[in-house]
Write a protein that binds this ligand. Structure first.
Ligand code: ZN
Length: 517
């Protein structure tokens, strides 16, 4: 290396250090904001709400100001040639790419718009918390109309795009587009609708064993024990109660989960806890080298959801899993389960039914709930569907997809918080992408280690956890989702493993239509 090359490398390294210092500060401000939100959703007395809203907004503003600081943009520009000189797979080259992407996205939004959108989101959410219980869609109409306007305005800051929802889809699931998802959903729907119809024609599974009374303390301790055995490290996390379960990260060694407990629904706390623990395992598995940078968390919403669902559904709703854990559950709840055979319990936790509420839906019908929302939000954004016609479009969509019609809007188009938090578009597709990927990742892990299912039956999850850590978790956001999927599984995203999983599992539980081939 000659003198000037060595000098410019040194300058670049100094600049990279400065970049990381700035990014760490942004990450710390965001983490502090997360601590405030976690507290608000767990222990904060109601009286704290107004001050907490203000404090959270201050932190968000500071983080945003630092993210759009022109000095940061200059650093990133100056580092571009250096990034290109590094091996394409190096952490630093990828860090500069992702930081650039975040910066470019953030600077396109005027500060005035961000403030206006946040304010609207808070007002809309607040109104929804009253309108849903009151079954008052009319009260939400003006809010939703404005939400659509704001979302369209947001998309237009990223024009040109092929479809107005593309910028929102790309925020959550980089590399995905509305057109790709529509194709994927059409193909999946064609398989799922006959499957659901065939199952619905048969006698329903009896899940009454899950609907008796279960003491909260035992529900929580059993859930805590299970997620600990899956690999969730309570020295680096904790479990608390909340209204709507979530997982949140404050640092590489502090990733927390929350759950809720219903006295007469054993599955709620247990599977919510396992679901959130799946998100947490992902975050806890990100390489320590990436901490405090934009690479230090999961790569996309869809891939994140694949990890929660892999543990919740593919592992913890499987027969081998319960062959191991059921005796323990029976000891925890002897009055409720001593006389219930394992097979009855297994059928109960995998009961398929046409229901009204997405969050309560089983694995088979769940995606139909998602597809309905995705179609409707596209129609709203495209201007093909007027807000006033949404309740009717919802009822018609439920009837055609699932064969049930909600009796009111509370359990219809008002049920999910997503559209009433200030944005519409780009958030529902991740759930179905997550389902599809959960099976694809699991199949790849089993292909590499055929012993995994037997180990799960012994209550041992180390090999599976290690494969996920090695192929997915440790990379954080270093690789965009499509690249990560191809590296981990050898193929692009494919719904075949997922369909194969559903056919095998539900074919054993119900008679399914013969496959057209
Ligand atoms: Zn989730």
């Amino acid at each position: 290396m000659n003198d000037s090359a060595s000098h410019s490398r040194q300058t670049a390294e100094t600049k990279l250090k400065e970049l990381k210092r700035r990014l760490l500060e942004i990450s710390d401000l965001n983490a502090a904001g997360s601590v405030l939100s976690w507290d608000q959703a767990t222990y904060m007395p109601d009286g704290g709400a107004a001050a907490r809203g203000r404090q959270g907004a201050v932190l968000r503003r500071l983080a945003h100001e630092r993210l759009i600081d022109p000095e940061l943009g200059r650093l990133l520009d100056e580092l571009r040639p250096y990034a290109e000189s590094l091996p394409a797979d190096s952490d630093d080259a990828r860090l500069i790419r992702v930081a650039h992407r975040d910066f470019d996205k953030a600077v396109k939004l005027p500060a005035e718009f961000v403030a206006r959108a946040n304010e609207h989101g808070a007002a809309s959410y607040d109104a929804w918390t009253r309108a849903r219980p009151a079954n008052d869609f009319a009260a939400m109409r003006p809010f939703l109309e404005k939400t659509i306007e704001i979302s369209r305005e947001y998309a237009n800051y990223y024009a040109p795009y092929e479809h107005i929802a593309d910028p929102m889809v790309d925020d959550a699931d980089e590399g995905m587009t509305t057109a790709l998802i529509r194709n994927l959903f059409d193909a999946l729907r064609a398989e799922l609708v006959p499957m659901v119809r065939a199952i619905a024609d048969q006698p329903p599974a009896d899940d009454s064993c899950l609907r008796v009374s279960f003491a909260e303390t035992e529900q929580l301790s059993f859930s805590r024990d299970v997620v600990g055995r899956l690999g969730y490290d309570f020295n680096r996390g904790r479990l608390d109660k909340t209204l709507h379960p979530f997982c949140t990260k404050f640092a590489a060694d502090d990733v927390r989960i929350t759950t809720r407990v219903r006295d007469n629904d054993l599955g709620d706390a247990m599977f919510s806890t396992i679901h959130e623990a799946g998100h947490a395992l992902y975050e806890l598995g990100v390489s320590a080298d990436l901490e405090g940078t934009p690479l230090g968390s999961g790569t996309s919403s869809g891939v994140h959801e694949s990890q929660s669902r892999l543990w919740e559904n593919v592992v913890a709703r499987s027969l081998p899993f319960w062959a191991h854990f059921y005796p323990e559950l029976q000891r925890t709840f002897p009055d409720q389960f001593t006389s219930v055979p394992l097979d009855t319990f297994y059928r109960a936790i995998n009961k398929v039914e046409r229901s009204l509420i997405r969050t309560d839906a089983d694995e088979v019908t769940y995606n139909l709930h998602v597809m309905l929302r995705f179609e409707l939000e596209l129609n709203l954004l495209e201007g093909k569907l007027r807000v006033q016609d949404l309740p009717e479009a919802w009822r018609a969509g439920m009837q055609s997809a699932l064969g049930v019609t909600p009796p009111d809007d509370r359990d219809g188009c008002l049920q999910d918080v997503h559209w009433y938090s200030g944005w519409i578009g780009g958030s529902f597709q991740s759930y179905t992408i997550g389902n599809i990927l959960s099976a694809q990742f699991y199949a790849a892990a089993v292909k590499a280690h055929p012993d995994i299912p037997r180990e799960v039956g012994n209550g041992s999850f180390g090999t599976l956890h290690a494969w996920l850590r090695e192929n997915i978790y440790r990379h954080g956001r270093k690789f965009p989702p499509n690249e990560l999927i191809a590296r981990a599984t050898g193929t692009p995203m494919s719904m075949e493993p997922y369909l194969g999983y559903l056919r095998t599992k539900y074919g054993a539980l119900y008679r399914l239509p013969a496959q057209a081939s």
